[in-house]
Design a protein around this ligand. Sequence first.
Ligand SMILES: NC(=O)c1ccc[n+]([C@@H]2O[C@H](COP(=O)([O-])OP(=O)(O)OC[C@H]3O[C@@H](n4cnc5c(N)ncnc54)[C@H](O)[C@@H]3O)[C@@H](O)[C@H]2O)c1
Length: 377
Amino acid sequence: MAKLKVGMIGGGGPGAFFGRVHLRALSLDGTRELVAGALRTDPKAALASAAEWGIRGFGDWREMIEARARGRLELDYAVITTPNNAHFAPAMACVEAGIPVLCEKPMTMTVDEAERLAARVKEKDVPFVLAHTYTGHPMMMLAREMVRRGDVGRIRKIEAWYTQGWLATALEKDGQQQAAWRTDRARTGISNCGGDIGTHAFVAATWVSGLKVRRVSARLNSFVQGRDLDDDFNVTAEMDNGATALITATQIAIGYKNDNGFRIFGAKGSLEWRQERAESLLVRAGECDRTYWIGGGAPFFPESVGSYLRVPAGHHEDFLEALANLHCTMERTIRRRRGEEAPAPYDHPGAETGVAGMRFVAAAVASSGAQGAWRDV
Ligand SMILES: NC(=O)c1ccc[n+]([C@@H]2O[C@H](COP(=O)([O-])OP(=O)(O)OC[C@H]3O[C@@H](n4cnc5c(N)ncnc54)[C@H](O)[C@@H]3O)[C@@H](O)[C@H]2O)c1
């Protein structure tokens, strides 16, 4: 079986974060390899980064897409791991060229861009995975399956959160790369905290529950002096079945790292999952609680989830595996379309989830600007 060939846009340079995480995750199974990249904005630096990674370099992502179109580069899919302002153009260009895209979140800068991109993805029928990494955790997938088969009954209430503390001070003023662009409206969009991690909490609330957000009442705060955009994001959401969801994200909770998770309360039971303890899922169904532990071959995993597990119970699978699972979903989709044998791809977030996330954040910003007045999503 030939390895799938992957091209990366963004991710290069000594201070860059998530490109290297994708590099490790996409290589994890030995069935995919990074072969090319347009890794930075400056063409010379982009070529230097590619040389350092031992892949074919391009000074600009347009050149990489062009090389593939002319048959000078084999590429099965592209990963986009640039700041938010550089998601839409390369993603759209890839989709127009028929190249499957694994795109970082939030999908775009604006709702309009997200809608245009999702429409083209649908028209051209190009595989598109949105990198909500946490949805690749088998326990989050199992929670979704439990909700779908009715284990917790009708959902009444959801709490979904993402609590961090790394922006509790004006880190961006020290030139810290990730803080600098996330707090800059021109590169991040209308919301910092909401777009960056509020969308992860939104996906936990909607993707796991299968519910949609009807309308929101929000309070966004910018606690750190001189910061233009939100560093704290609080939303009360009315779901389409009448349930209430509290969807919150913050970057000013000192000492908190990546406390992302959810609790789902249904008429028959409750589910609880935390990404910092990603290998277990807690189910409360009455007097006794049940804890499910991750592990390949465990009988409680439906095949749709179990086929994503790599090692037996008692060994660890975590963040890199979760991100690798999104690459697996892309790989399975591509291989099955070619008539190759591959397990069924799980229904991980795609372009429609990206649009929903952008609409959710835009409605929250509008609501907060109107002192928490309800805004339709
Ligand atoms: N899914 C997750 O769990 C997760 C985690 C972290 C970051 N992210 C997302 O990944 C993306 C990147 O975030 P980061 O923290 O790695 O940022 P970063 O600043 O560390 O890296 C951004 C990279 O993009 C490059 N770049 C910028 N503009 C470019 C362009 N036009 N062409 C080519 N390269 C360009 C930069 O040189 C840099 O290498 C963001 O969208 C962020 O939301 C997702």
